[in-house]
Design a protein around this ligand. Structure first.
Ligand SMILES: [Fe+2]
Ligand SMILES: [Fe+2]
Length: 360
């Protein structure tokens, strides 16, 4: 089963594109000028650097709530919360600034158990998608790699603290066919499986970083090849198959990544049967982290919309994987994955078989 992904498409925009600055100066705006963020994203004692608006009840009108240079206080949040307001608004011109503000406060947002778990999960997911987009745009920029590593740190800390809340983040997974959302889906599903299998927090972070960046090599491949709707030619297929090694080449000089994260990237298309690529490794030669990557990569590809195939639901996808991928996947891992999806918890099983303690 091959589940290569087309390149990212327009649509499903998490953060609006920047628009001219004038809208940020406007103390009021109509709905098209602003986008909502959860009130909980405003962190006390921080300075946003962008104006924050709220909707006082007048249709389509946003009133200025907080100037860009005024520190956020708990009283600010309470004030709106007591009025039943859960969302504030930001001018589209400030979308990049807003994204970075939320990203910088992400660890605090995720650790705040007073905040609704579903909303925290959504913030985490949206931030992760934006980081992957930036890494794909600038794979040579060390700062974007730093942001990706920081993100996986926050994700794994959250999975450790609240494994039972995994259901929150499942609700955030996007089923659109985008490289960035696919990368984040794979990261979350695979990290949750690693958590369930009993990995330590450091081990989980190593796995998680590899999963988040597993398809980074596609940023070096011609979009026309990745978006081609028909079958790729033999030459094109060879180019597509080079993406795991291209991803490793992009990252191997970074001191921020554990070598095992690179192994996940290099081996995520290897199959236990030996029919995978790039090296055609057999089961015992494939690191167990890469087996997790391969499993969740296929699952996510099957359950999201593709240009050449409809998305299928979770249950038929898992049945197909069981019936058609027998020799290709680690059956113990697949069993654990099915159990995790059905129970929606990443809490470690008492005796989780197939735990990836060592390279298989
Ligand atoms: Fe891939
Ligand atoms: Fe992938």
């Amino acid at each position: 089963m091959d589940h290569e992904r087309p390149v990212e498409e327009e649509g499903d925009v998490v953060w609006p594109r920047d628009t001219p600055e004038e809208t940020a100066e406007d103390p009021q705006g109509n709905q098209e000028d602003c986008f909502p963020i959860p009130l909980s994203a405003l962190q006390p004692d921080s300075i946003t650097g962008f104006d924050v608006f709220f909707r006082p009840g007048i249709e389509d009108l946003h009133a200025l709530f907080l100037k860009a240079d005024i520190p956020v206080t708990e009283a600010h949040r309470q004030d709106l919360s007591e009025q039943g307001i859960q969302e504030v608004y930001v001018a589209k011109a400030d979308s990049t600034r807003c994204m970075r503000y939320i990203e910088e406060g992400l660890a605090g947002i995720m650790a705040d158990k007073a905040l609704d778990g579903t909303k925290r999960a959504k913030i985490l997911y949206d931030t992760a998608v934006q980081i992957v987009r930036d890494v794909m745009d600038e794979p040579f920029n060390d700062e974007t790699i730093t942001r990706a590593v920081a993100l996986t740190d926050t994700l794994t800390t959250w999975l450790f603290d609240e494994p039972k809340h995994l259901a929150h983040i499942f609700g955030s997974l996007s089923f659109r066919n985008l490289i960035a959302t696919h990368s984040v889906n794979v990261c979350i599903l695979g990290s949750a499986l690693g958590r369930r299998l009993g990995l330590s927090q450091d081990e989980l972070k190593t796995l998680s970083t590899g999963l988040l960046l597993h398809d980074l090599g596609k940023s070096m491949i011609d979009e026309a090849i990745l978006t081609k709707s028909g079958r790729p030619t033999e030459d094109e297929w060879e180019i597509i198959k080079s993406h795991p090694e291209k991803g490793v080449e992009l990252l191997e000089h970074s001191e921020q990544l554990d070598p095992l994260s690179l192994t996940v990237i290099r081996q995520h298309h290897e199959k236990c049967s030996g029919n995978g690529y790039p090296a055609g490794l057999k089961a015992r030669e494939i690191h167990s982290y890469a087996k997790i990557a391969m499993l969740v990569d296929v699952y996510d590809a099957m359950t999201t919309q593709r240009s050449y195939a409809q998305a299928i639901d979770a249950y038929p996808a898992l049945r197909t994987m069981q019936s058609e991928m027998g020799p290709e996947v680690d059956s113990q891992l697949l069993r654990q994955f099915i159990f995790m999806l059905s129970t929606r918890t990443a809490k470690p099983a008492r005796a989780a078989k197939g735990a990836p303690r060592r390279a298989a």
